[in-house]
Structures are given as C-alpha cells and as structure tokens.
Design a protein around this ligand. Sequence first.
Ligand SMILES: [Ca+2]
Ligand SMILES: [Ca+2]
Length: 454
Amino acid sequence: MNISFKKLITAAAALCGTVFLSGCAIQYGDGLLALPSLPAEHIELQSQINKVLETGAVSAAAESGANRQSIQQVDLDGDSKNEYIAFFRDLDGNYLIKAYRKNKDDYEEIGSAEAVGLTLHSIYYPVSSVTGEKSLAVCWGIDESNNYGMTVYTFAAQGMEKVLSVQYSGILVGDFNGDSKDELCFAVKDQSGGQLSLRVYEAQGNTYVLESETPLCNEARSISQMTLGRFDESRNAVFLDSVSYGGGFVTDVITYGADGKLHNLTRHRDSGSGIATWRSVEVFCKDIDNDGILEVPKASSMMSALYPDEKSKLAWVRFNEKGNAVRRMYTYHMPSDDWYFLWPDSWDDRVVVQMNRYSRLVKTSFFVLPDSYSINDLPAAGEENTILTLYIFSGDNQQAYLSTYEATEILRKDGLLYAYSLGDAHGKYALTDEEVLAAFKTIETEWTLEAYGG
Ligand SMILES: [Ca+2]
Ligand SMILES: [Ca+2]
C-alpha cells in the first residue's frame, strides 16, 4: 500500500467518524466527536472495519455499562496484547460482532457472530481462566419491559463460539467465589409463577456451566440493584435489592455455605419471606459505616404507626451466616431530597420526626416525646421539645429564608440550600453544631463513587 492511499483511507475514516480506540470514545447518542486522524498503527484495522461498513452496516455502541465504544480493545487470551472487538448493526437490523487480532502489521479476523436484539444493552469481558483469558458477554434488550438476554462467546482455535444464552431480570459479573475467575450471576424470573431466583454460572474450560441456583424471597418482584460485596470479615455475598410486591423494597443476601451451595441469609427458611429486610423508602444496601462490609437497610421505627414520617427511619443490619440480623446503626433517609442523617445513639426511640413540605421549603423536625402522652392527643414538634430542625430551601430567596428561620447553612447543591437550627438544650438528646454537620450526609455525592453492575 502506498502512502497516498493510506492518507486517503485515513481521511475517509475521519469523515465516517466510526473508529475510536482510546479513552476518547465516540458514543452514539452522546454526541459525535470527529477524529482529526487515526494513529497509523490502526489503518489496517480501519480497512477491515470499512469492509463491513461497505455492506451498509453501521457501527453500534452499547447503551449502558462500562464498555460502550463501538470498537473495543481487550486482551482476550491473556498474552498482554489487545484484541479488537467491533460491533455493528446490519441492513436488516441484526447485530454483527467481529473480533480481530493484530498480526504484525495486519489485523486478522478471529471470530464473528450475528445476533438479534432490540437494543445492544451492555458488554462485559468476564475473566474465564486463572491465566487471565476473557470471554465476551453481550447483553441485549429483548422487550420494552426490562427483560434482557445475555449471550456469552468464548474464543478458541476454531474462532468465536456461542456457549451460553440466558434471559434475565438482573445481572452481575464478578468473582463471587474467590477463585480468580468471574462468575455470571443472573436474577431470573420464573415465567409462570413470577418467582425470582439467583442463578450462578461459572467458567469451566471453554464454556459456562450452571453452578447453583437459589430462590429470592417471596416479596421480590423486580430487581433494582445487584451488588457484590462482603457480608462479614472475609466472605462475599451477592446483595439483591428488589421492589417488593405490595410496595416498598426488600434485599436478598446470598452467599456460599460450607456445603458449597448458595444460601440465602435473609429469606426465611420455612415461609420464604424476606420481610426482615423490608422498608418503604427506596434505599439500597450499602457500606453505611465505611468498614468494608455491606449493611442492609430495613424499616425500624416503633413509632411509624403514630408518626408517618418515621417510615424513613432505617436500621442498617448485617446478616450472619445463620441469618441472624445484627444492627450497626440507624439513619433517617430521605432519598427523594438526596439526604440522610445518622441517627444519634442517645436518641433511641424517644426522638421522633415530623416533616412539613411547603412550596419552597421542606422542614424536618426532630423532637423529644414526653414520658407519658395520649395516643388521642399526640405531641407535635414545638419550640419546647424540638432538638433539631433541618431545612431545605429552594427558589430565589434562599438567603432571606435563612435569616427568617435563623438557620445555619450546611451546604448548597443542585439549586437547593440545606440548613439547620438547634432547639434549646434537651439534656442527653441535645446535639452540638459539630455533631449535626458530621451526621448530615447527601446521597448523590456517594452514588458517584459506586459502580452499578446493571
Ligand atoms: Ca470466581
Ligand atoms: Ca459496613
């Protein structure tokens, strides 16, 4: 190939704008980014890609997940040199996947597959051997109602081979059992009864085999989040947060027992209920105390029948291998307003919450109950009994509100001003300014640190 022809291809590729091999990815839907020119080493790859594009196919990119480029470099065989995987959609609307390996200056095609899917949802490269070989797992949207299918391909001398196809409601790819290979953990729904279960496949040789399966709790209706993390000092569990039948949320915590089988720590052994983890607010499992072990939030207030806002008071518990819950702390969680408050130990059940929403103000009062009171004449938050009031001001006159309520600013975020005021001292229930600031947390800032394996 002479120089001018190479230049021509480079220019053509830049016009098409379809190749990107580094972090500066073009993502369809996220805006097109024109490449001024391609690195010389990739020109031969571009000519392979162009052969596919000349058939009328277009490049395709996954709509979610970490691997969203239409051409991806991955070391599939563990020899520290990257292979290249390209995704296309052909004239008939089918997806086309092609894999290439660099061979001196050339790129040879090492595999090809066609697939039918409504959308290209996400792409994973699970580690399939202890020497670092990877397979390709492609997730497809198959209908409009959050049902997905995963197709898994392995790479061997004979090319790219489809070894597994699973329909699922939730997916997590990670090293669950600690053998340095990634398991494929699917939440699957029984088509007739609607029962959800966790199904774990593991890599064996050049394929994946169903290793174990166990049902989720009866209440679990649809998966909201799947997380791989530790449930005690040394052992992993898959945590599945689900929307509950009848409203609210539940969590299944599933680990490997001493018998090597999956065990669900939160599902009642006899009844199948997961009510021990139920809460009405949309809050999912998390390492709430930052000690490396995940806790599960559950509704906890003794007072929620009398004070409806108490439903947002959560106990964060760990489940041990016998399924017994151990409480770590309480929080007051308002996911709709992006904040929570670490419930002081001294407050126990003697402090209750009332929230009032106005057009430009949300006011949350924490106040002390008297020693005795009548259920027919419930105490309300007032000047005498309030320990702490949290405010969220919105709109234009936030500074004026701050003065009016004699409140102290905590922070400003997304056009909102979070503030507080302390009530008169209430003995052991009283908080200092420092304690308020240490206990107040915003939710969004923490979410950005979490990986969500959806
Ligand atoms: Ca593993
Ligand atoms: Ca923890």
